[in-house]
Design a protein. Structure first.
Length: 565
């Protein structure tokens, strides 16, 4: 006799045994307690999240002889028959293989028959596989079923279920289990079943399960059958590192090793895409990453190396390969070509590849020359102009080229000496000396700051503060942004640390101030211009348009169309 699988052995039989579906449990339990159970339910969600198990629990509690707080007792005849699968109160039908009109007619006829329990529950699994005609045949009965009938429709793809059916059901959505709930459940199963599984194997099982309780227990059973240790296999980290380091050979070697270990190219591609998704989430929404803490740290570091644009492009390229693999004669070739595109971005000319290269340059990921290698010589500079010589870099001796023969030295004009930096005085300057040395302070500033403060006038200086006057409010606000630089230069020139206080120069802003534009008087113009020399412009009539046309086209004849008619 075959041993019962772990996912069947540990299938939930009560609402409180369901993991990660508290919202569904709360809704169904309250409906049973308050006697407000619906006539039709639609359970949707990924595979292995407990849709069919929940439907069986609901059927048990609706027919239980002594329910307690919305939970089945589990010991009465009705509960026992439903658990063993021979109850007349529950009819479970696979809509994938019974999707015709005749099957729905048979189901409708059975719904009108009596049954031993209080309710008769029809469970239709994969209801999205029903044909259009079968959906139409079921629709009327689903809308107005007999009082003792409850329909439970389960599907992994609710979008394919028609709107008319969805509108007649109470739709409950099942979610993938959180990682901590799934890990707790796996450890409990290992302890209860007396399995010997290593910590690395548990982590591998949780990753393989992907949030599905059934898939996780199936992977656990396979690991336990193999001795509790994870066999030798290529980690998806190898592919991520190959993309990060732009190493096509490393990616191809990892692909070859994985396929030699028995991995299918399509499943391997899906695993890499899942890993890339975790990296993408660690950048965009770290709270959504469903990984152990140590593993989440590794994935976050990989995501920072790759960057968001590279991650998006990698997911898109591998996703397109998954679509093409359905009809490709060699799926491995598609995977290898995609990995080469991702590990050698010079082969990609699309916008995403260019953005990825720019992102890698900004992040400093691109390999640089070894620090112990030959130091690059500076490009020759023309001493007369101080600019780089045109073609100077091309004339520099390369590392593998012999050095040119030394030529006799030719006298060249010496470059202009650099301006001497002001030295800090031995004694601090007095208040009057600080004001007097203001031009010297300006000399040591950067060009932009020097130009900004050239329009500023020193007013006075005391023990702690230097008062400056700006020409207007806007100029003062801009000058305040560079006060620290000016204070440092002021300390270097005067030997004193002073605060700078700004004010607006009222004389500069007034119409008669020193910055006001001088008004040109009429007397000045009359003195400079001799009116006797002023003559009138020639009164020459402008030629008409007809004259200009005749001159432009000599020998032509102008015909008036209006007179001709």
């Amino acid at each position: 006799m075959a041993v019962q699988s772990l996912y069947r052995r540990y299938r939930p039989r009560r609402f409180d045994e369901l993991k990660g579906q508290e919202h569904v449990v709360r809704a169904l339990r309250n409906a049973v307690i308050n006697h407000r159970e619906g006539q039709a339910y639609l359970f949707s969600g990924p595979r292995g999240t407990g849709k069919t198990s929940t439907a069986r629990i609901l059927a048990k509690v609706l027919n239980c002889e002594s329910p307690e707080e919305g939970e089945p007792c589990g010991i009465c005849n009705s509960c026992g028959s439903i658990d063993s699968g021979n109850s007349y109160d529950v009819l479970e039908l696979d809509a994938a293989s019974n999707n015709g009109v005749e099957n729905m007619r048979d189901l409708i006829e059975r719904s009108s028959l009596g049954n031993p329990g209080r309710h008769r529950v029809f469970i239709l699994d994969e209801v999205h596989m029903l044909s259009k005609a079968a959906e139409a045949a079921l629709l009327k009965t689903l809308e107005e079923p007999p009082p003792h009938v409850v329909f439970v429709l389960a599907t992994t793809d609710p979008q394919k279920v028609s709107e008319t059916i969805r509108s007649r059901t109470q739709h409950l959505q099942f979610h993938l289990l959180p990682l901590h709930d799934l890990e707790e459940h796996v450890r409990w199963v290992i302890k209860d079943a007396n399995l010997k599984v290593s910590e690395d194997a548990i982590a591998h099982v949780l990753v393989q399960g992907g949030g599905s309780a059934r898939d996780t227990l199936s992977a656990l059973e396979l690991i336990a059958a193999g001795g509790g240790e994870v066999g030798e296999q290529m980690s998806s980290d190898e592919f991520i590192e190959a993309i990060s380091e732009q190493d096509p050979a490393r990616a191809l070697a990892a692909t070859a090793f994985s396929i030699q270990q028995g991995n299918d190219p399509r499943s391997l591609t899906e695993e890499i895409v899942r890993h890339l998704r975790e990296c993408f989430l660690s950048i965009m929404a770290p709270e959504l990453v469903q990984l152990p803490e140590q593993r989440a740290t590794i994935v976050a570091d990989q995501a920072r190396k790759l960057g968001a644009s590279t991650l998006v492009r990698s997911i898109e390229v591998l996703g397109e390969s998954l679509i093409e693999m359905r009809h490709a004669p060699d799926a491995r070739l598609l995977l290898e070509v995609s990995l080469v595109k991702l590990t050698n971005q010079t082969l990609g000319g699309d916008i995403a590849a260019i953005i990825g290269r720019l992102e890698r340059l900004e992040a400093g990921v691109v390999r640089t020359a070894d620090a112990t290698g030959p130091v690059a010589k500076p490009v020759p500079v023309n001493p007369a102009t101080g600019k780089v010589q045109v073609g100077g870099k091309a004339r520099m001796p390369q590392a593998n080229t012999p050095a040119p023969v030394a030529q006799p030295a030719v006298a060249t004009p010496a470059p202009a000496p650099a301006p001497a930096q002001p030295t800090k005085p031995s004694e601090p300057a007095s208040d009057s000396q600080v004001v007097a040395k203001w031009p010297e302070v300006l000399t040591g500033l950067k060009p932009f700051v020097r130009a900004l403060y050239s329009a500023v006038t020193p007013q006075s200086c005391n023990d702690t503060t230097l008062s400056l006057a700006a020409p207007n409010e806007m100029h003062m606000k801009k000058a305040l942004e560079h006060v620290p630089v000016v204070v440092t230069q002021l300390e270097t020139v005067t030997g004193r640390t002073l605060a700078i206080e700004f004010s607006v120069d009222k004389d500069a802003t007034s119409p008669t101030g020193r910055n006001a534009r001088p008004k040109v008087q009429e007397t000045e113009i009359s003195d400079e211009v001799d009116r006797s020399e002023i003559v009138d412009a020639p009164n020459k009539a402008m030629p008409s348009a007809m004259d200009q046309l005749t001159k432009a086209f000599p020998g032509s004849q102008v015909i008036d169309q209006a007179k001709k008619k």
